[in-house]
Design a protein around this ligand. Structure first.
Ligand code: SAH
Length: 467
């Protein structure tokens, strides 16, 4: 992010603009929506600007900018549509200590003006760092269609009621009150009685909410998927939108944590598989504590919570505390990894079953039925298999697995930095050492990427013809 969006307090402050043509008019139309004091410097202003000056909406100086004109101004706009004059006035304004924007000159501007959706006091600012104004305008149009005009009125009258709504307990109770006001009771009252009907609607809603029993807390075990936010389920998205507290594992990506409701408490349980982390007992205690306090707790686990996620221990803790809980499944790393190499986990004629293994368990390297896995055509998805690669390789070879069995390791499956390393059982350990993977990795035993497989299966003559 090269530009950080903020909302500047301009009420009663000065905004100075140099220029009197089309560019100046366009900016002034926006600036006149603010409660700032606006000064325009233009030797030959467009009639529209003169008219605004006559009606007292801005101060007009019929001359070019001089040193000191931008003293004490919060913002300065150079809108002369003349590069040399813009550079001159921008330098003067900087000396006066104002933040400078040069219209249509991103590189020399200290700030840029976003596309704005105005439902005052609700304001949506859309920026693309100058990269795609067309896109910003399209998003603006889309939001304008979706946000009813009445939203501003609802928000203005709602704001005046905020102090009274504080009588409701902080958290879910208060949120539900506001949600009902904005999305059902408010619009309903507006439709029948217009804005004057809103205060009474708020009163009625308030007494109704004060008389309902507080909601009991609960825990939702939510699968966050392998990392790509687009692979979240709609239920997971909703849970992140509604949670009071989110307790997440370290493998949950930042892009996904971004989607958590801003007011929610975000707690990092630090777990990466069986790695060093907050002790399981502490995670359980934290989860229970918040849920018993009435919070909607989302226990956010990477992939699917039912796969190597120690879900059962956490469910037992909920049961012991008599808390309601539910599970929202997610896409497990194995599914994302096979998708990444264009293969199936099962295939008619090759393997009719697939194993999910962990390279590690709490006691160290995990033991499995190696003899069964070593048979031709077997497929296994190995979680937490990086450190145990040598052990797994040794066990499988010892039990007679074909050294040329394909093995594919997918690091950061589904994420922008996904990496696929394709090798064979005999080369697994050295290949992994060379690859020096730092992200989570899923080892697919018995599978090669479809592209590589196709190349192998293509007769040499055909391969030549194709190349
Ligand atoms: N519940 C998770 C697994 C947790 S165990 C799931 O269903 O995916 C942690 C292991 O999962 C990691 O060591 C790694 O082997 C695997 N893993 C998780 N996310 C991954 C990703 N994006 N790419 C590859 N492997 C991943």
């Amino acid at each position: 992010m090269k530009h950080f969006p903020i909302f500047i307090a301009v009420e009663g402050r000065r905004i100075v603009l140099s220029g009197g043509g089309e560019a100046a008019l366009a900016k002034l139309r926006l600036l006149l929506k603010t409660e700032a004091k606006i000064t325009v410097l233009a030797a030959d202003p467009a009639p529209g600007i003169t008219a605004w000056a006559h009606s007292g909406r801005l101060t007009l100086e019929l001359r070019a900018m001089a040193p000191g004109d931008a003293k004490g101004a919060a913002l300065f706009y150079a809108a002369n549509e003349d590069a040399a004059e813009d550079a001159r006035v921008a330098a003067l304004a900087r000396r006066d200590g104002a933040l400078v924007n040069i219209v249509d000159n991103l590189a020399d501007s200290e700030f840029i003006t976003p596309a704005i959706v105005d439902r005052d006091p609700v304001t949506v600012a859309i920026g693309t760092e100058g990269a795609a104004p067309v896109l910003a305008r399209a998003i603006k149009r889309d939001l304008e269609d979706r946000l009813p005009q009445a939203l501003g009125t609802l928000a203005r009258i709602g704001k005046a009621f905020r102090a009274r709504a504080d009588a409701l307990p902080f958290g879910a109770a208060r949120r539900e009150f506001w949600s009902e006001y904005y999305f059902s009771a408010g619009p309903r009252a507006m439709a029948t009685g217009g804005a004057p009907a809103l205060p009474a609607a708020l009163d009625a809603l308030m007494s109704q909410h004060l008389n309902t029993a507080p909601r009991a807390g609960r825990v939702e075990f939510v699968g966050a998927g392998p990392g790509d936010p687009d692979l979240l389920t709609l239920k997971a998205r909703r849970a992140l939108d509604e949670a009071d507290v989110v307790i997440h594992d370290r493998l949950v990506t930042l892009e996904i944590l971004e989607l958590v409701r801003r007011e929610a408490v975000l707690l990092d349980a630090g777990k990466e598989g069986f790695g060093a982390s907050m002790a399981q007992g502490d995670i359980n205690a934290l989860m229970i504590l918040h849920a018993l306090g009435g919070a909607h707790v989302v226990r956010l686990k990477s992939g699917d919570p039912t796969v190597f996620g120690r879900l059962d221990e956490e469910i037992e803790a909920c049961d012991a505390a008599e808390l309601d809980w539910s599970v929202v499944p997610g896409i497990t790393a194995a599914s994302a990894a096979v998708a990444g190499i264009g293969q199936s986990l099962t295939q008619r004629g090759r393997n009719s079953s697939v194993r999910f293994l962990t390279g590690h368990d709490m006691k160290g390297f995990a033991d499995h039925d190696w003899a069964a896995l070593a048979r031709p055509g077997e497929v296994a998805a190995i979680y937490m298999g990086k450190k145990s690669a040598r052990f797994i390789q040794g066990r499988l070879l010892m039990h007679g697995a074909d050294p040329s069995t394909p093995v594919t390791v997918v690091e950061n499956a589904s994420r922008a930095d996904q990496r696929i390393v394709s090798t064979t059982l005999s080369q697994l350990e050295p290949t992994l050492s060379r690859a020096a993977m730092t992200g989570p990795a899923l080892t697919l035993f018995g599978l090669a990427p479809r592209v590589a497989e196709a190349a192998l299966a293509t007769p040499d003559l055909l391969k030549e013809a194709l190349s």
